[in-house]
Design a binder for this molecule. Structure first.
Ligand code: 13P
Ligand code: SF4
Length: 303
């Protein structure tokens, strides 16, 4: 089927099922173009908590669709590619977290939204890369067990010296492999560009940046900046919106390896098949869902 035909069929199915298509900022260009809503993890979870549609087609990775289902149990939430997971989210399990909680009974458990529903259910509060500082700041406890991203945890801890952090040994493979040497090279190639990075990058890279933020915050920063050239330190899918919204500015990817294979699994065809066959439905155990929802609701109440 050609692209035009495929899009027409998707539009007809969307209408038939009263569905909305949401896409993360890392999705392939075609999917971002098709989506009704694009955003970072925080914006998309907030949107899914309030949307009136019956069906949400979540173009992203598993934990994102799961968060939408946690917040909107009465809606049908579809993940077009069921194998689109997040390796970092798999670096912590409910069982290993329960063990750590016993070792640190006084610590508040803050879990990055890049985690399973079971892990959220074991946590006091969730956070995303856009609100982690506010979330941790809001806690009464001095001790914080931060899971699973040690790089985001480290970035926040530098701004909150009054808190005692216990880091988890988790990280995003895509962000963590980028090195300070690559930053030096990129700056040499584009000396008048400024560097915008995601806090999932390793601390040595984050320290070299001019701005650190979530995918949405990076887009907002570039859109409103008077600068004309930017080196982008996050997954390459973000280039679509940066270039579409800023045709007069230049964007250079910090490293060609900035590709999340899981974010690249969803295509127009998988969105079509998802709506045609109503697959893959996210289902959750109600007890887990309610506990996970408490952690997400606490986060949403802070903003
Ligand atoms: P954002 O919340 O910044 O969109 O990040 C999600 C993510 O998975 C980054 O790798
Ligand atoms: Fe997970 Fe990293 Fe991919 Fe984000 S970029 S979804 S953290 S693997």
């Amino acid at each position: 089927m050609d692209k035009k035909n495929l899009i027409n069929k998707i539009m007809a199915l969307k209408k038939e099922h009263n569905a909305v298509i949401v896409a993360h900022n890392y999705q392939v260009d075609d999917v971002q173009e098709l989506a009704d809503v694009t955003g970072d993890s925080f914006a998309l979870s907030k949107y899914c908590a309030s949307t009136k549609y019956d069906v949400v087609v979540f173009c992203g990775v598993h934990f994102m669709a799961e968060s939408a289902k946690i917040l909107s149990p009465d809606k049908t939430v579809l993940l077009p590619e069921i194998d689109a997971g997040c390796p970092m989210a798999n670096m912590v399990t409910a069982e290993t977290l329960r063990k750590a909680k016993k070792e640190h009974p006084k610590a508040a458990v803050v879990c990055y939204i890049n985690s399973s529903a079971e892990v959220k259910a074991e946590s006091d509060i969730c956070c995303t890369s856009s609100n982690a500082l506010k979330v941790v700041k809001s806690l009464e406890q001095e001790e914080v067990l931060f899971v699973p991203d040690k790089n985001l945890g480290h970035y926040i801890s530098k701004q909150l010296p009054e808190k005692k952090f216990i880091f988890w040994d988790g990280f995003c493979v895509t962000h963590h492999r980028v090195t300070p040497e690559q930053v030096i090279k990129a700056r040499e190639a584009q000396p008048d560009a400024i560097l915008l990075v995601h806090p999932e990058c390793r601390p040595e890279v984050v320290e070299m940046a001019d701005f650190v933020g979530s995918t949405r915050q990076i887009i907002q920063y570039a859109n409103s900046s008077p600068h004309k050239k930017f080196i982008i330190g996050t997954e390459m899918g973000i280039m679509y919106q940066l270039r579409t919204e800023n045709p007069d500015k230049e964007f250079y990817l910090l490293a060609q390896s900035f590709v999340c294979p899981n974010m690249k699994k969803t295509s127009l065809n998988s969105v079509y098949e998802a709506l045609r066959d109503m697959k893959y439905k996210i289902e959750l155990d109600e007890d887990i869902r309610l506990k996970a929802k408490t952690a997400l609701d606490r986060m949403l109440a802070i903003e």
